[in-house]
Design a protein around this ligand. Structure first.
Ligand SMILES: [Fe+2]
Length: 167
């Protein structure tokens, strides 16, 4: 007996549906709106960009990241996780790389700014401003590994490495 193939199998009966990017955005905003949940964890580290998990469940996790001026990520994906992030202090600049290989799109996110994305999203985030920045990030499922990329001179990306995500 044959069955009709589906693009994404249904979760097992009783399993909660994976949060959508929009739901992760709402989660990030909800945590951002509760400074008592993240402000005590804020640290700034000139040697390495500071990050810490605020919350982890079976279905999602929430991180706090801080960014001194000049600190930023490499170009990266999220290992198949969907995600969202919102800025609570300072200004972050994101470059998002389209799956088509076209030119990246840059945008600035000031406090209250929000980005939500699906599982194949590739971007780079930097604090190009003059003030320290703080952001709240939500991912589902929890980050297990992330791949990093280099820009090719003529456009497009080249995979560089994949690292496990640890605390
Ligand atoms: Fe990211």
């Amino acid at each position: 007996m044959s069955s009709t193939p589906t693009l994404s199998p249904a979760p097992p009966a009783g399993a909660p549906a994976a949060p959508t990017p929009a739901a992760l955005g709402e989660l990030a905003r909800a945590v951002a709106g509760r400074p008592d949940r993240w402000r005590p964890a804020v640290r700034f580290d000139a040697a390495a960009r500071f990050h810490t998990r605020l919350e982890v469940t079976g279905g999602h996790e929430v991180w706090l990241l801080t960014w001194l001026p000049g600190q930023g990520t490499e170009i990266h994906d999220h290992g198949g996780a969907a995600g969202a992030f919102t800025v609570v202090a300072g200004v972050l600049t994101e470059r998002a790389f389209p799956a088509s290989g076209g030119a990246p799109r840059a945008r600035e996110l000031a406090a209250g700014g929000l980005r939500s994305f699906g599982p194949r999203y590739v971007h780079e985030v930097v604090n190009a401003g003059t003030e320290p920045a703080v952001s709240i990030h939500a991912y589902a499922p929890a980050l297990a590994a992330m791949s990093y990329y280099a820009e090719l001179p003529g456009g497009g990306l080249r995979p560089v490495r994949t690292d496990p995500v640890t605390d």
